[in-house]
Design a binder for this molecule. Sequence first.
Ligand code: G3P
Ligand code: MG
Length: 254
Amino acid sequence: MWCYPKVIAHRGGGTLAPENTLAAMRCGFARGFRAVEFDVMLSADSVPVLMHDPQFGRTVPGHGRVCDTSAQQLARMDAGSWLGPQFAGEPVPTYEQVVHYCKANNIWMNVEIKPAPGHERETGRVVAQWTQRLFAAELAAYRAGGNDRTLPLFSSFSFDALAEAQDAAPQIPRGWLVDAIPPDWRERLSELAAVALHTNHKNLLPERVQAVRQAGYGLFCYTVNTPERARELLGWGVDAFCTDRIDLIGPDFS
Ligand code: G3P
Ligand code: MG
């Protein structure tokens, strides 16, 4: 069952700030959000950084691939100007920097493991290992009987990345991310010992919501950008969703 927040700021600050940056985290926080989703990819030197696209050109100017670029080089790149001059010079943050910011501000994290093509297993393993280190105190408290809302929730479209994360950090919970729910969802969730299914709301049918929840899993939808649709999905029994429109849908939306 879902024990996490209901409304989650997508990529940190939705459309209001450059995605997957510290400016985005600050923006979501300023709007009252205490729950974020962000994407994590590996640099050339295997440092987890926040990034959605495997290649430059959209949020970072220029050409080239994240997996061929070191974390130090990424830290000097401009991941903010594409959205507006007020964000110029906003760097690509490391996962570690963002975890520190979120923990310091009591923000819950849905960490989407976003491997560059061909790097699925390595990304799952490395992100899980970093997470074990960054959340060592929370994991110790959890093992001693604490609650797991202090831990992040991994998700990924890559089953292999999640399987690797399960192996490396079994106590960090996992949600499998799918564009459309496949017929073998029960088996796949069971293999991952997942706590939730994350899916595109556009392909979701109300009867599926009930089946997933009755099977004991949380159901999370991406990316819900109108209050009307958010209300409809919650009415179907969806547990949580992320949104780009943190200006229209607040953290306490119901
Ligand atoms: O984690 C939900 C959502 O972020 C998945 O899609 O492409 O926006 O990372 P994407
Ligand atoms: Mg994402």
